[in-house]
Write a protein that binds this ligand. Structure first.
Ligand SMILES: Nc1ncnc2c1ncn2[C@@H]1O[C@H](COP(=O)(O)OP(=O)(O)OP(=O)(O)O)[C@@H](O)[C@H]1O
Ligand SMILES: [Mg+2]
Length: 351
């Protein structure tokens, strides 16, 4: 049963279509991420959901309640939507200590002193800020400030948490820790999360499902695994993880890298449903095997150690293929001849 529903929503700013006929259904308790390059419409979508932006077309509802409808001209104001929110540029009030930063939205809502105290203490405890309750923001690290923003959102006791790049100001290690903390908080409090990021590993780590957007248009809504292993198009393939795109041609039932047919076939069988004789082979650098014989003949151009991984640039004629292998795999040196085997190719029509 879907809980948060966005139906055919469109938002224009002048001639820019920021969000274009987007439909999403999110389950209760789900962590749903919106992923895509800068300017693709993630924040605009979240702002429409939060009620800060009206819709040019479409409807938004949560549970049984209508939140926004363009054709009915209906908008429930943001403060009645009861979302917890952490936005891209998180704001903490410098003149308030941690306790009062977290308590402030509850005071605005006119809750009793006792209830404010209880909810604030609990949110502070669950975000690991108990020691800093009386500290002021200028005495805290950016990770701790980010936690204030999270605690403030949790204290509202929301059914839905809207998080727009909430970890963007943290260093990589802290970012990773905070991902786990957000997941733990979700388990504890049971809220639904709509998470916006342009960091694909963050989306992969946190989400039950991911929406990949481009220029305001939904490209694919799927589990992290399917987005990675079965990307619906070239854009998604290249946006998620490292990628090679190789132009290939079909000749006499085999597939060759274009222009270097004498290096041997990439595949001796045709991919399912192929009608064209020109295709693009997409593959991850980690899914190309580097062997001594029995594959497409190639030459090692460059070899770089990246800690646990060796990063190779391999030339097949004039076409470069990036290959990554574990440190303990058979090594090849620059200038060596080698063979490539494509273990999990994905085929896209055309070049
Ligand atoms: N208030 C506004 N007025 C005019 N154009 C806007 C406004 N807000 C957003 N846009 C435009 O809408 C498009 C989508 O912007 P949005 O902020 O939703 O992108 P985003 O996916 O959140 O990007 P980022 O990853 O950089 O935060 C962009 O082209 C942006 O320039
Ligand atoms: Mg944004």
């Amino acid at each position: 049963m879907s809980y948060v529903k966005l139906q055919n929503i469109t938002k224009r700013f002048g001639s820019v279509v920021a969000v274009n006929d987007l439909s999403i259904e999110i389950e209760k308790g789900e962590c749903f991420s919106m992923l895509g390059p800068s300017g693709c419409g993630k924040t605009t979508t979240l702002r429409m959901l939060a009620g800060f932006e009206d819709l040019d077309e479409g409807e938004i509802s949560v549970g049984e309640q209508l939140f926004s409808s363009s054709h009915k001209g209906y908008y429930l104001p943001p403060e009645k939507r009861n979302f917890g929110m952490v936005f891209q540029a998180f704001a903490v009030w410098p003149h308030l200590n941690v306790f009062n930063n977290v308590a402030f939205p509850l005071q605005i809502r006119g809750l009793s002193r006792a209830e404010i105290g209880e909810r604030t203490k609990s949110a502070i405890l669950h975000t690991g800020l108990a020691r800093y309750e009386n500290a002021y923001p200028n005495e805290l690290s950016s990770g701790q400030k980010q936690r204030i923003a999270l605690a403030r959102a949790i204290a509202i006791n929301p059914a839905v948490m809207l998080l727009d790049e909430p970890l963007s100001n943290l260093d990589p290690k802290l970012r990773e820790e905070m991902r786990f903390e957000i997941k733990d908080l979700q388990r504890k409090f049971g809220f639904t999360i709509v998470f916006v990021t342009h960091d694909q590993s963050e989306a992969m780590a946190l989400s039950d499902r991911i929406l990949v957007m481009r220029d305001g248009v939904a490209q694919q809504i799927d589990t992290p695994l399917n987005i990675y292993t079965k990307p619906a198009n070239r854009f998604i393939f290249s946006f998620i993880g490292l990628s090679n795109f190789l132009p290939v041609v079909v000749k006499k039932g085999s597939v060759y890298i274009e222009g270097v047919e004498d290096s041997g076939p990439v595949s001796k069988t045709l991919p399912d449903g192929v009608s064209s004789d020109r295709l693009t082979l997409a593959c991850r650098p980690s899914e190309v095997d580097l062997v001594k014989s029995g594959g497409v003949k190639a030459i090692v151009k460059r070899k770089v150690y990246l800690g646990e991984i060796i990063d190779y640039r391999i030339m097949v004629g004039g076409t470069e293929v990036r290959v990554q292998k574990g440190r303990r795999s058979t090594h090849f040196a620059e200038g060596d001849t080698c063979c490539l085997k494509f273990s999990r190719p994905i085929w896209y029509p055309g070049d």
